[in-house]
Design a protein around this ligand. Structure first.
Ligand code: ZN
Length: 147
């Protein structure tokens, strides 16, 4: 089990994927036109193969890098920049809003012995992808689904 899993929620405000909302259960996210990107923007021709790499730095804080100029809150950025919850990241014809940046602090010392009757083996299985998660995990560390 990887400790320090993160969850990022991005919403497409403008562009061919207008209205799409993506929850990514990872601390490293790629946004681009390739199918294996965490957030794929297939219709955005202005992207022209450009890729946006987003890394969770802390709760509410992201590092964003791209191989072509992009925008954070309307400011032109080259190379890399910082975004936070509520920031709008623009690349190509697409604008993404950072809806949520959460970080699972791992196994917290909050186990006070009064387990709420969870007789299971101590792992919570994700109903979506089947990954084993910490019983206290609020979401799946693999796919980001709320548990
Ligand atoms: Zn899952």
């Amino acid at each position: 089990m990887s400790s320090g899993a993160a969850k990022v929620v991005l919403e497409v405000l403008r562009g061919p994927m207008d209205g799409a909302r993506q929850t990514i259960g990872s601390s490293h996210i790629s946004v681009g036109t390739a199918e294996d990107d965490d957030l794929t923007l297939p219709g955005d021709k202005d992207l022209a193969g450009a890729k946006l790499e987003i890394t969770v730095v802390a709760v509410g804080k992201l590092k964003v890098t791209a191989d072509k100029p992009f925008r954070i809150d309307g400011d032109e950025v080259e190379g890399n920049g910082e975004a936070k919850t509520g920031s709008i990241i623009g690349i190509g014809a697409t604008e993404l809003m950072v809806v949520e940046v959460a970080k699972d602090s791992g196994t917290r010392a909050a186990k006070d012995g009064s387990d709420a009757g969870d007789a299971d083996s101590g792992v919570k299985k994700c109903p979506k992808c089947g990954a084993a998660n910490d019983p206290n995990a609020p979401w799946c560390g693999n796919c980001g689904r709320d548990l």
